[in-house]
Ligand binder design. Structure first.
Ligand code: PBG
Length: 332
C-alpha cells in the first residue's frame, strides 16, 4: 500500500476529482472500442434475425446479417468478432461430426466475413457442444466425457476453422492437452499464423444459461459440466490452468465468466503478463440488461462501469455482448 504523504488538509484527494478534465488527467485505466471482442450467434437462412428472449437486444443472425454485423464492428473500431453457431437439432450427433464439416455454419460464416470484411479479426469457438446430441463440450461414452478422444475431435474442428480462415481459435472445451495438440496440428498443416485464445480458466458457472438458450444447447445438455469446467471455489488452480495452456502454445488466455471472477483476472494478468481477456458472459449481460430494461439501473452507466472493471483488473480486452452499444457510446 502506497503511503499518504501528507495528512489532511495538505492532502485533499478530492482536488483532482473536481472537474471532468482533472479526472481525465489522473485516470488509471482506459477503455476503447479496440479492447472489445463481439460475440455473435449465427443461424442458417437468409435475412433471418431471431431475438433471444433471455438476452434482450441480442439475436441469432443468418450469415448475410453476420456479414453486416462484421461491417458494423469494423466501422465502430471493434477489432474482432467471435462466432457461435446455432446448429439445427437434426445435425447433432453423439460423434459430433458436424463440428469439423468444412461447410458447417461457423465455417461458412467465417468465409463470408473474411471475403467481405477481410480486416476484421474472426474468432471461432472450439468445443463440441453445439454439435453434440448430449450438449457436452466433449465426446460422451457411457456417461463420461472422455478427454483424449475429445481432443482428437477438437483438433479436427480447429483445422477446419483455420482452413475456413479464422484468425483466432477459442478452445472453450476445457479438455486437458487440447492446446498442445491443436498447436502441433496447426503448425504441421501450415497454419502457422492462426492464433489461439485459450479459455484457460473457465468455471462451471450458472451464468452461461442464456448462452445455452441462444445456441440451442439448453435442452440437449445431460447433467452438468463440473468434470471439466473449474470449481468456482478455486483460484490457485486457475494459475495452473493458465501456466499449462501458455506452455502448450496459447497466444492469449481467458478468464470466464468475468464480473464474478475479477480476482482471477487480476491474479492471471499480474502473474503471467500474457495477453489476458475476460468474457463478460450471457448471464452477466442478461442481469445488467434485464435490470436496466426494468428501469432499476441506468443501462449505459452500468455497462461502461462493468467493462472498465476488467481493464482495472488488468485485462487487455473483453468479450462482451455490449460491444456495439459500448463502442457507439465511446465514439460519441
Ligand atoms: C461452450 C461455451 C459456453 C460459452 C461459450 N462457449 C457455455 C458453456 O460452457 O456451457 C458461454 C458464453 C456465455 O455464457 O456468454 N463451449
Amino acid at each position: 500500500m502506497a503511503p499518504v504523504f501528507a495528512p489532511y488538509p495538505a492532502t485533499r484527494l478530492r482536488r483532482v476529482r473536481r472537474t471532468p478534465q482533472l479526472r481525465a488527467l489522473v485516470r488509471e485505466s482506459h477503455l476503447t472500442p479496440g479492447d472489445l471482442i463481439w460475440p455473435i450467434f449465427v443461424r442458417d437462412g437468409k435475412s433471418e434475425r431471431d431475438p433471444i428472449p433471455s438476452m434482450p437486444g441480442v439475436s441469432r443472425l443468418s450469415v448475410d446479417l453476420v456479414v453486416e454485423a462484421a461491417r458494423e464492428a469494423a466501422s465502430l473500431g471493434i477489432p474482432a468478432i467471435c462466432l457461435f453457431p446455432y446448429t439445427d437439432p437434426s445435425l447433432k450427433t453423439e460423434g459430433c461430426e458436424e463440428a469439423w464439416s468444412a461447410d458447417n455454419l461457423s465455417n461458412t460464416a467465417t468465409r463470408a466475413i473474411k471475403d467481405a470484411v477481410p480486416d476484421i479479426v474472426v474468432m471461432t469457438d472450439v468445443a463440441l457442444d453445439p454439435y453434440n446430441a448430449n450438449g457436452h463440450d466433449g465426446i460422451v461414452r457411457d456417461g463420461v466425457i472422455v478427454n483424449d478422444e475429445s481432443v482428437e475431435a477438437l483438433v479436427k474442428m480447429a483445422l477446419a476453422q483455420a482452413d475456413a480462415g479464422a484468425d483466432i481459435l477459442g478452445p472453450s472445451d476445457m479438455m486437458d492437452g487440447r492446446i498442445g495438440a491443436m498447436r502441433a496440428a496447426l503448425e504441421s498443416a501450415g497454419h502457422t499464423e492462426t492464433a489461439i485464445l485459450s479459455y484457460a480458466a473457465k468455471y462451471a458457472s450458472g451464468f452461461y444459461g442464456p448462452f445455452r438458450d441462444a445456441v440451442g444447447a439448453s435442452g440437449a445438455l445431460k447433467g452438468d459440466k463440473k468434470t471439466y469446467q473449474m470449481d468456482p471455489a478455486n483460484t490457485d488452480e486457475a494459475l495452473r490452468q493458465v501456466a499449462r495452456d501458455l506452455s502448450e502454445g496459447a497466444d492469449m488466455v481467458m478468464v470466464k465468466p468475468g464480473m464474478p471472477y475479477l480476482d482471477i483476472c487480476r491474479r492471471v494478468s499480474e502473474t503471467f503478463q500474457a495477453p489476458t481477456f475476460a468474457y463478460q458472459v450471457s448471464g452477466e449481460y442478461a442481469m445488467l440488461r434485464g435490470a436496466s430494461d426494468q428501469g432499476w439501473l441506468n443501462g449505459d452507466h452500468v455497462m461502461m462501469e462493468s467493462l472498465m472493471c476488467f481493464k482495472r483488473a488488468g485485462c487487455d480486452g473483453i468479450l462482451t455482448y455490449f460491444a456495439p452499444q459500448a463502442a457507439r457510446l465511446m465514439n460519441g
